[in-house]
Design a protein around this ligand. Structure first.
Ligand code: HEC
Ligand code: HEC
Length: 163
């Protein structure tokens, strides 16, 4: 870690002695060691042996600790939505990261819906049977640690006819 940090212009010391800037080979060796140990972690903890470690890719940050441990479960501005396993629109993630560090498994987030219509026009306001207007986004299942990248870990709301 010190090699990568100092290689990027940071400062580190060992027993009070400053570590000199390492060669690019040493920095690469250190990054490879990260990739190996984090891939092992993902394999052991959630069976993700076939995922390619690429934590700096913002679209698919495989191996970035926060992608699983601080997933964006809450929102202040907006949720992003996408298809679930069946192609119905579901919440993918919000814009506020969890600060708990706990993994939120898909089975845990599916316990938190209020129910709503399976409607491809998820962003529209619809009228509940009791006449109250609600946005689909207000009632979808909560996102979880896996829903950003795995459609199968998302769940669209269950259609309900009465509240
Ligand atoms: C692909 C998802 C994923 C990524 C990425 C990930 N972890 Fe984990 N991590 C897990 C899961 C799943 C568990 C087990 C949680 C449980 O049992 O509830 C876990 C457990 C842990 C634990 C608890 C101790 C243990 O080993 O069980 C620590 C600490 C931890 N991870 C740190 C990290 C760090 C640091 C990173 C980044 C270098 C990281 N994790 C990246 C999924 C991930
Ligand atoms: C940052 C994106 C990302 C996150 C977050 C993530 N995964 Fe993955 N996962 C991948 C990619 C990419 C693959 C490899 C390609 C694939 O199988 O889709 C993968 C593969 C897997 C596989 C292997 C599938 C197979 O076909 O063998 C499992 C199981 C898995 N992930 C479980 C999880 C679980 C459980 C979580 C949440 C704790 C999680 N993943 C979170 C990106 C992610």
């Amino acid at each position: 870690m010190a090699a990568v940090h100092t290689g990027n212009g940071g400062k580190a010391s060992k027993n009070g002695t400053a570590i000199t800037t390492p060669s690019s080979e040493i920095v690469q060796e250190a990054k490879d060691a990260f990739a190996e140990v984090v891939t092992k972690h993902m394999t052991e903890k959630c069976g993700m042996s076939n995922a390619i470690y690429n934590p700096t890719d913002d679209n698919l940050p495989v191996g970035r600790c926060t992608s699983c441990h601080m997933p964006k479960l809450a929102k202040s501005g907006a949720y992003s939505t996408g298809p679930d396993f069946y192609g119905n629109q579901a919440l993918v993630e919000g814009d506020q990261g969890s600060h708990v560090f706990d993994i939120v498994w898909p089975y845990e987030s599916t316990a938190t819906t209020q129910g709503g219509p399976v409607d491809p026009k998820y962003s529209t306001i619809y009228t509940r049977p009791d006449g109250v207007a609600r946005s689909y986004k207000g009632v979808g299942y909560m996102p979880n640690s896996c829903s950003k990248c795995h459609a199968g870990a998302r769940q669209a709301s269950i259609p309900v006819t009465a509240y």
